[in-house]
Design a protein around this ligand. Structure first.
Ligand SMILES: *Cc1c(COP(=O)(O)O)cnc(C)c1O
Length: 372
C-alpha cells in the first residue's frame, strides 16, 4: 500500500475570509507597528489563556527568547551559562549564544522527556557561573514539576524563562493554560506549530513591567518616542499575521480537541509504544513515542516514509550532537546526557493534523504494528 500522509498539515483560514482582512488592512493603511489587528490579536490571546498573564506578540519565538534573555539575565560576556536541555529545538541554544552566554545542557527524565531537576541541582553551586534557566516544555507539553523549577530558580535568585514554543493551547496538570509560569513563557506561531500564523510568536507573563520592557526591546529600544533607550532590535508582528491569528483563534478550541483525539487513537492502537506523559492535555504538535528496545527505530522510520507515511524523529540529533556544537565545543557545556542520547535513538514522531482522516490513523497504526 502507498499513502500520502504528510507529517504536518497546517490549516490556514481560506482566501475568502482573508481577502476581507486584507482589504481592511490596506484601507487602514497600517501594516505593522501595533496596528488595530495586532492590538486585537494580543487582547484575544490574553482572553483565551485567561490565566492572569499579559501577552506581547513577536515576529517569531527565537527573537522573543533573545529579548527575554536580554531583559531578564542581561547581556553576557561569553563566559557564563544558562541551563537548558539538549533534547529540544536548536533555537534556544542559539538565542543563548546571541545573548553572550553558553548553553549548559542538562539531561532529561525518561517518562516526561522534560529536563531533569536533580540533574540541574547537581551542577549548580560555587563557581558554576550559572545565570539563568531556559526550561523547555518538551513538545509543548506542560511539565508537571514546573513548580519545582520555579522554586529552584528562586533559591538561586536566577530567572526562569520557559520555552513553550509548540504549547499554545496546552494545559498544565492543574488545568491552567501554559503561559503564566516562571518569569515568562515563550510561544511560537510558526506555520508548523498547532497554533500557526506563518512566522510569529508571543511572550506571556504575569509581570506586566516585563511585557512593557520587551515591547521596548522589540522596537529598537524606543519607548513612546523615536529616542532609543535600550539595546533593541526589530521583532514586531505584522498586521497580516495578526489577522491570520485572529481567524485561527476562532476555531482553535475545536481543533485542540481534534488533535487530542488523534493522540488518543494512537495510544489505544499502539500499546507497546510508550507515549510522552501529559501529552493528552497538550496542543499535540505531533505524537511522540518511544519504541521498544527490540525494534530498529531507523528501519521503522525509513520503511514508513518509503510507503508515504511521513514519520520524524524529534529530537534526533539532540543539540549537543549537531554539527555547529560538535565543531565548537567551547561554546557549550554538557552534563552526562545518557537519557537524552538513549531517547533520541528510540523516539518516533507520528503525524497529527487538525482534521485527520481516521482511515489514515488506522493505516498508520496497522503499518507500525506489522513492523513491531
Ligand atoms: C519552533 C520552536 C522554536 C522556534 O520558534 P520560531 O517561531 O520558529 O522562532 C523554539 N523552540 C522550540 C522548542 C520550538 O519548537
Amino acid at each position: 500500500m502507498n499513502y500520502n500522509i504528510p507529517f504536518i498539515k497546517p490549516s490556514f483560514p481560506g482566501s475568502g475570509i482573508l481577502m476581507n482582512d486584507y482589504a481592511d488592512i490596506t484601507r487602514n493603511n497600517w501594516y505593522t507597528n501595533y496596528g488595530p489587528f495586532e492590538r486585537e490579536f494580543s487582547n484575544k490571546l490574553e482572553n483565551f489563556l485567561d490565566n492572569g498573564a499579559k501577552i506581547i506578540t513577536f515576529s517569531n519565538a527565537t527573537l522573543a527568547l533573545m529579548a527575554c534573555i536580554n531583559e531578564l539575565i542581561g547581556h553576557g560576556d561569553g563566559s557564563q551559562y544558562i541551563i537548558m536541555p539538549s533534547f529540544t529545538f536548536v533555537a534556544g541554544a542559539q538565542a543563548i549564544l546571541w545573548c553572550g552566554y553558553k548553553p549548559y545542557f542538562i539531561d532529561i527524565n525518561e517518562e516526561t522527556l522534560q529536563m531533569n531537576i536533580d540533574a540541574a541541582k547537581s551542577i549548580v553551586g560555587k563557581g558554576a557561573g550559572i545565570k539563568g534557566v531556559l526550561f523547555c516544555n518538551a513538545f509543548g507539553v506542560g511539565d508537571s514539576n514546573i513548580e519545582d523549577w520555579e522554586d529552584f530558580a528562586e533559591s538561586l535568585s536566577i530567572p526562569l524563562i520557559i520555552d513553550s514554543a509548540a504549547g499554545f493551547g496546552s494545559k498544565y496538570i492543574d488545568g491552567e493554560y501554559l503561559g503564566a509560569r516562571g518569569d515568562c513563557e515563550v510561544f511560537s506561531f510558526h506555520a508548523t506549530k498547532p497554533f500557526a500564523v506563518g512566522e510569529g510568536g508571543a511572550v506571556s507573563s504575569r509581570n506586566k513591567q516585563l511585557i512593557d520592557k520587551l515591547k521596548t526591546i522589540q522596537n529598537f529600544g524606543f519607548n513612546n518616542s523615536r529616542d532609543s533607550q535600550a539595546l533593541g532590535f526589530n521583532a514586531k508582528m505584522q498586521e497580516f499575521n495578526a489577522a491570520i491569528g485572529i481567524r485561527q483563534l476562532e476555531r482553535f478550541k475545536g481543533r485542540l480537541q481534534q488533535r487530542q483525539s488523534v493522540l488518543k487513537k494512537y495510544k489505544a492502537g499502539l500499546k507497546s509504544l510508550t507515549f510522552q506523559q501529559n501529552a493528552e492535555i497538550s496542543s499535540v504538535c505531533f505524537a511522540s513515542a518511544i519504541v521498544p528496545k527490540s525494534v530498529n527505530r531507523n528501519k521503522l522510520v525509513e520503511e514508513l516514509n518509503s510507503i508515504g507515511i511521513q514519520i520524524r524523529e524529534y529530537y534526533n540529533p539532540p543539540i549537543h550532537k549537531q554539527v555547529y556544537f560538535m565543531r565548537n565545543k567551547h561554546l557549550s557545556k554538557s552534563q552526562r546526557l545518557n537519557i537524552t542520547n538513549d531517547i533520541s535513538e528510540k523516539i518516533i514522531s507520528l503525524p497529527v493534523h487538525d482534521d485527520m482522516n481516521s482511515a489514515h490513523i488506522d493505516a498508520i497504526i496497522d503499518e507500525i504494528l506489522s513492523r513491531l
